[in-house]
Design a protein around this ligand. Structure first.
Ligand SMILES: NC(=O)c1ccc[n+]([C@@H]2O[C@H](COP(=O)([O-])OP(=O)(O)OC[C@H]3O[C@@H](n4cnc5c(N)ncnc54)[C@H](OP(=O)(O)O)[C@@H]3O)[C@@H](O)[C@H]2O)c1
Length: 275
């Protein structure tokens, strides 16, 4: 009788208990009877590297990495994908057979796939506002610029981080960074992406109403069973379309799965099931 080896994967973060990733990867694996397990792993805030070593020793093949460990994962990787290299943040770790650790960042491709393929939005020539300058923002700047948007403005609670992020990617096109306050001098945006963690605390980033006009599309990277403060605010301002990050979550997971398992799962049935 043939022995089936169940290969071991997980998502590591802190907190982690509400993660939907095990459900999503479970559905991907079911599509093709893939022999893999996928669990949650509560990362130790002071011992992330030890957590990674232990997981590897237990036969772990790959990890998704979430808040607050994406930068630490970047530092630990022996080799990085192009997106991860520039982002300075890793959301996918792959333990290779030769013992090396490969790091990728699939957040940006996940967001772009959701916007362009799932929602069929045209990004070319658009003015885009990105709120936040943390790990998620770092991962989405390059793919957004590669979609030939006209201008990217990054605004953050700590303005210096937004300014630095804009400088880091300045070679890719028109990118400016600054404070929420400076948005008062800006023309409205076609697309506003909330990549702050404010929604986790039920808070709306303090942006002026003038950022929106009737054609604005708003996207909160966070997803929850009920609309976030950002989604409520954008609806109230009369945005044309208000979206949450569930599609991005499924698409970035699919891109991770492809890196680990060598095949791209179908995302539409998974999204439909979660919605
Ligand atoms: N849908 C998906 O697949 C997906 C993927 C990745 C992330 N996300 C979501 O994206 C969000 C950000 O994640 P991250 O990894 O970038 O986190 P992070 O690295 O911790 O960065 C957090 C960002 O939010 C800002 N922030 C925190 N609290 C705020 C508040 N009360 N008001 C205004 N700004 C605030 C921070 O500003 P400072 O710089 O001033 O601290 C920073 O820019 C989270 O909600 C996460 O769940 C979703």
């Amino acid at each position: 009788m043939k022995t089936v080896i169940i290969e071991k994967y997980a998502v590591i973060g802190n907190p982690i208990e509400h993660s939907k990733s095990p459900l999503i990867h479970g559905m991907f694996a079911q599509q093709v009877d893939d022999a893999m397990s996928y669990d949650t792993l509560l990362g130790d805030l002071d011992a992330f590297e030890d957590n990674i070593t232990t997981f590897k020793q237990q036969g772990g093949k790959g990890l998704n990495v979430t808040v607050p460990f994406k930068e630490q994962a970047w530092e630990l990787a022996d080799e990085l994908s192009d997106y991860a290299q520039r982002a300075g943040a890793v959301n996918t770790l792959c333990f290779r057979d030769d013992g090396t650790l490969y790091g990728a960042n699939t957040d940006g491709v996940g967001l772009l796939h959701d916007l362009v393929v799932n929602y069929k939005l045209v990004l070319e020539g658009k003015r885009v506002l990105l709120l936040g300058a943390g790990g998620a923002s770092k991962g989405v700047v390059q793919p957004l610029m590669e979609a030939h948007i006209k201008t990217l403005v990054i605004a953050n609670r700590t303005p210096e981080r937004a300014t630095q992020l804009a400088l880091d990617f300045a070679d890719l096109g028109s990118i400016r960074g600054g404070s929420f306050n400076e948005l008062r001098d800006q023309a409205p945006f076609d697309l506003i992406i909330n990549a702050t963690a404010a929604s986790l605390h039920g808070i709306m980033p303090p942006i002026p109403e003038s950022c929106l006009f009737e054609d604005s599309i708003c996207y909160d990277l966070m997803y929850a069973s009920r609309p976030t403060a950002f989604e409520y605010w954008c609806e109230d301002q009369g945005a044309a379309l208000v979206l949450n990050g569930l599609g991005m979550l499924v698409e970035q997971a699919a891109a991770s799965y492809e890196i680990w398992r060598g095949r791209m799962p179908l995302t539409t049935p998974v999204l439909e099931s979660l919605q």
